[in-house]
Design a protein. Structure first.
Length: 158
């Protein structure tokens, strides 16, 4: 598993994106949206409906959106979070974009205190991902991404 900045954006197609109000209900809305995108967008994903990729994708989006809700200070221009999903050759890429913060870069390391009540989310993301990382967009927003292994879609639905 690779952690860090995306060295080069892989060839990704079929992007879907949605912006949510940055509220306590955003993680649940994001999970339902990602589940819908995976179920509606493509067929014949290895393990998609038996758990596997679907459960990993729901865990990742939930953790990333929750981090935004909990750790990005609210202001007049920062009450949103955007979720994006795209399909690569044998993987799914999930991205969460938030207004950004001057705080330190998110950590994907294991928690320092195994008994702590928080601090495991990004570590869990790194465990289930093939690659993950964070970067700043040209607009100064924070983009946190994870790539999850999965079969390539055979054909679009519809």
């Amino acid at each position: 598993m690779l952690i860090g900045e995306s060295p080069q954006t892989p060839n990704i197609t079929g992007w879907s994106d949605k912006t949510f109000a940055r509220t306590a209900s955003a993680p649940g809305h994001a999970r339902r949206t990602v589940a819908h995108w995976l179920a509606e967008g493509h067929v014949d994903w290895g393990g998609l409906h038996r758990g596997g990729l679907l459960l990993d994708a729901l865990l990742v989006v939930s953790e990333l959106v929750t981090n935004t809700v909990q750790h990005v200070p609210a202001d007049a221009h920062g009450d949103w979070v955007q979720v994006r999903l795209g399909f690569g050759d044998g993987f799914v890429r999930l991205e969460v974009v938030d207004p950004g913060t001057s705080r330190r870069r998110p950590r994907f390391a294991p928690p320092r205190n195994s008994m702590a009540q928080s601090g495991r989310g990004l570590y869990l993301v790194s465990v289930v991902s093939e690659r993950c990382g964070t970067e700043r967009t040209q607009q100064g927003h924070r983009l946190v991404w994870a790539e999850l292994a999965g079969g390539s879609p055979d054909r679009p639905v519809g």
